[in-house]
Design a protein around this ligand. Structure first.
Ligand code: 4GX
Length: 259
């Protein structure tokens, strides 16, 4: 798959995509990242890409024409239609479900705004989808674009090895991930849970599922509301809650005894 990023900071986006799993996917030609700088498409001597906000007030808006010319060049360099995404806090929240759907597209354009944003008329005519990476304000869309390239890029066939398999990701089944441990088994900071050393693969699978369910219940209950649990999961979550309630009672009793 190919990403085409329209940005005033092409080096930054390229460097974000050059490391780790996604950098390797580019080397293996599973993934291509190209950049288009609107400044290269400005026609005046100053290479102007921004203008004063109509209606007054502080701040600048990215001009239609340099962006439109950059997008035109980008689309003309494509055999297939390009699905163009604009990154902004006004967009729909990016989720793993959306990431998985985007991973099936052959070509994605990412439009990165700076200043107060992009002229609304350009967005209306050129953008297929507006996405937000979270409820906070960045100084530009580039980090959002890098997030999409990373999350989508790592799902390309062959990008992950077996050990990194996306099947085991948190969210791949709508739950948070279970805890992970490595040797040493005994350590001053604590011991590895006994079941993980038992070699009983069925018991280990159940323990991991129970931890994933329990942590999701504790930390992101909103994720459980959206999801119907099967019979085994309901039983494991019930077990987790009982154990959790018991450990809370013990903790409170200990605190009281120390008073
Ligand atoms: N998830 N930003 C876009 C420019 C802007 C300003 C005002 C529209 C209106 C962001 C996010 C994000 C900062 C990118 C503002 N666009 N992008 N930029 N949150 O905060 O994706």
């Amino acid at each position: 798959m190919r990403f085409d990023v329209v940005t005033l900071f092409p080096d930054f986006v390229r460097q974000c995509a050059a490391v780790g799993v996604v950098g390797r996917a580019q080397q293996r030609e599973l993934l291509q990242v190209e950049t288009w700088n609107p400044r290269d498409y400005a026609t005046d001597n100053y290479r102007t890409v921004d203008g004063r906000t109509c209606g007054g007030g502080p701040g600048m808006v990215m001009l239609i024409d340099p962006l439109r010319a950059a997008l035109k060049a980008m689309r003309e360099a494509a055999a297939e239609p390009v699905h163009v995404i604009y990154l902004s806090p006004q967009g729909a929240r990016l989720t793993q479900g959306r990431v998985e759907a985007l991973a099936k597209l052959p070509r994605i354009g990412l439009l990165c705004g700076r200043y107060e944003g992009v002229d609304e008329r350009l967005l209306a005519h050129e953008v297929d989808e507006e996405l937000s990476i979270g409820d906070y304000v960045l100084s530009g869309g580039e980090l959002g674009a890098a997030v999409i390239i990373d999350a989508v890029g790592r799902l390309q066939e062959g990008a992950l090895n077996d050990a990194q398999s996306a099947q085991q990701d948190s969210f791949s089944d709508g739950l948070l991930d279970c805890p992970h441990y490595a040797k040493p088994v005994r350590h001053a900071l604590g011991d590895v849970p006994e079941v993980l050393l038992s070699g009983d693969h069925a018991a280990i699978r159940r323990w991991r599922l129970k931890q994933a369910l329990g942590r999701t219940w504790l930390r992101r209950p909103d994720l459980l509301v959206q999801r119907a649990l099967d019979k085994e999961s309901r039983a494991l979550l019930e077990e987790f809650r009982r154990e959790y309630a018991q450990s809370e009672r013990e903790r409170l009793a200990n605190d009281a005894a120390e008073q």
